[in-house]
Ligand binder design. Structure first.
Ligand SMILES: [Zn+2]
Length: 223
């Protein structure tokens, strides 16, 4: 199978952009409908073979689909001018000689194919990690999948959060709300809702939306 390695300009551009999430930056974040996935990885690591990367790709694609985001009709087909939003995962791995250890680094970049003023670049870099070679596959997989999870959360929360310039009022139209720092969601008039700082509020329009985002109903207000 042909390796999915694409050195895109995205990585280069994103590398110079500060680590600002689109939500925090207060930019307009449009829903992601179709997402193209690119994984850039080293080919010459003997303990981490092609099957590993195919497996990771499949797991990421499953997460994307589970977040109600479509994949391009032929994922992995190279387009010169892709019309899709793109998630690029860039992994670097180095073996430490004679120590049975590996150093790895993983960064995820998001690029949105829209009018220039609406382009959002998102970057999530995991810190450099050192791992035993025998547990490297598990560690690398865990790191990458958690980056994809946090990216997909931004995708889901994004459209609802950024609807108005009045940042104190972003949740006014939502029926349910949670905090970035909590696993619980509430009715909009729950006393706990009032204690969530505006900047941390995640609005939801339905129970299903909140539950799919990994939240559980508050025991007090029973949303
Ligand atoms: Zn509540």
């Amino acid at each position: 199978m042909k390796k999915r390695i694409y050195l895109t300009a995205i990585a280069a551009i994103a590398a110079v952009v500060l680590n600002i999430s689109p939500v925090l930056a207060g930019q307009v974040f449009h829903p992601v409908e179709t997402l193209e996935l690119k994984i850039i990885y080293p080919e010459n690591i003997s303990d981490i073979n092609e099957t590993f990367w195919q497996d990771i790709t499949k797991k990421i694609e499953e997460k994307i689909t589970a977040a109600s985001i479509k994949l391009p009709p032929k994922p992995g087909v190279k387009h010169k001018q892709s019309s899709y939003d793109r998630l690029t995962v860039h992994v670097d791995i180095l073996k430490i000689k004679d120590q049975g250890k590996m150093v790895f680094h993983s960064a995820a970049f998001f690029s949105k194919k829209m009018a220039v003023q609406r382009i959002i670049l998102w970057k999530n870099q995991a810190p450099l990690k050192i791992t035993e070679t025998k547990t490297a596959r598990t560690e690398i997989e865990k790191t990458i999948l958690s980056q994809v999870d946090s990216f997909l959360k931004v995708c889901i929360a994004g459209p609802a959060v950024i609807t108005t310039k009045n940042t104190t009022d972003t949740t006014a139209k939502a029926k349910f709300v949670s905090s970035k720092n909590s696993k619980v969601f509430h009715k909009i008039d729950c006393s706990s809702t009032k204690r969530i700082k505006s900047a941390n509020k995640i609005p939801y329009n339905s129970r299903t939306q909140a539950i799919e985002d990994g939240k559980r109903p508050c025991k007090r207000c029973k949303p």
